[in-house]
Write a protein that binds this ligand. Structure first.
Ligand SMILES: [Zn+2]
Length: 59
């Protein structure tokens, strides 16, 4: 059985810059699908950008 490590999608809260791991929303043949968390557990913010886009995000 193939076992490939999954790298979860990560999202950065634009308010406090804490990184959150995306919520698993679906299991697909290609792996898992991740969704942006609804709210930041640290500051309650709701604005997230994916970690890979963070360096380009306007502040
Ligand atoms: Zn936050």
């Amino acid at each position: 059985m193939a076992h490939t490590p999954e790298i979860p999608e990560k999202y950065v809260c634009t308010a406090c810059q804490v990184v959150h791991v995306g919520t698993v929303s679906a299991h697909t043949d290609a792996g898992y699908r991740y969704e942006v968390p609804e709210t930041c557990g640290c500051c309650g913010g709701t604005e997230f950008v994916s970690e890979s886009e963070w360096p380009h995000a306007d502040r």
